[in-house]
Design a binder for this molecule. Structure first.
Ligand SMILES: [Zn+2]
Ligand SMILES: [Zn+2]
Length: 228
């Protein structure tokens, strides 16, 4: 498995493998990774915000679930300008969050969870983690072949580069097709429509292609932003 695979627990950790302030306090030899990492979670439900005098405004708190089904809370700490831009209405069951450089810590109610400060390291993806992982597997299947050849998204055959009817999805450019018929299928698979849309987001495209240097505006909100 290559390092960019969403199953990789160093770059895409779960609750147990995520960098943790608590573990670092207990063992000073534990340090934050030098490269970025991305915690990917499903939203389970909104939780009541627990306010205290000594902590900034919590705009929201959600119970989430990692790739392995472990549940914990994510609290968002936002200033008033960030809170007014934060698309809280887009956070509900069925969407997932990608949290860049998230660290497990102790929340105000003493449970273990993540506190995200500001909106710059949050991505809301309009599908479940399960769907993201399936997209990941499809992306890897499409390119996981030697000699620069690609597998057809629709029929899994090797695409012949000299066949004029072969090509790639002109939306996301991640998937290849071997013939006119398979091209038709690629563009009409309902379940490709959704991933095709979010793979056109610069940051998510960079995640899926492993070009992390291209992650510039890992900034909140949804997608539906065309690559230029
Ligand atoms: Zn095909
Ligand atoms: Zn596409």
């Amino acid at each position: 498995m290559s390092a960019i695979d969403l199953h990789n627990e160093t770059y895409f950790p779960v609750e147990a493998s995520c960098p943790s302030e608590i573990k670092m306090a207990l063992d000073p030899s534990k340090k934050l990774p030098e490269l970025a990492w991305f915690l990917i979670v499903d939203i389970i439900r909104e939780e009541p915000v627990i306010e205290t005098d000594y902590i900034e405004v919590y705009a929201a708190r959600f119970l989430v679930m990692d790739k392995k089904g472990v549940e914990f809370s994510v609290a968002f700490v936002l200033n008033s300008a960030e809170a007014s831009r934060f698309p809280i209405e887009k956070l509900h069951v069925g969407v997932s969050l990608i949290l860049k450089d998230a660290v497990m810590t102790t929340l105000v109610d003493n449970s273990i969870g993540v506190i995200m400060r500001g909106v710059r390291k949050i991505k809301i993806v309009p599908c479940t983690v399960k769907y993201l992982l399936k997209t990941n597997d499809r992306v890897h299947n499409a390119r996981g072949i030697e000699n620069g050849k690609h597998l057809c998204f629709a029929c899994d055959k090797e695409c012949e580069p000299y066949n004029k009817d072969a090509g790639r999805c002109d939306g996301c450019t991640f998937f290849y097709f071997c013939s006119k018929m398979c091209n038709y299928i690629v563009h009409n698979y309902k379940w490709h429509g959704l991933e095709c849309t979010f793979l056109q987001d610069d940051d998510l495209a960079a995640l899926f292609s492993g070009n992390w240097d291209d992650i510039h505006s890992f900034a909140n909100i949804c997608l539906i932003q065309k690559r230029h």
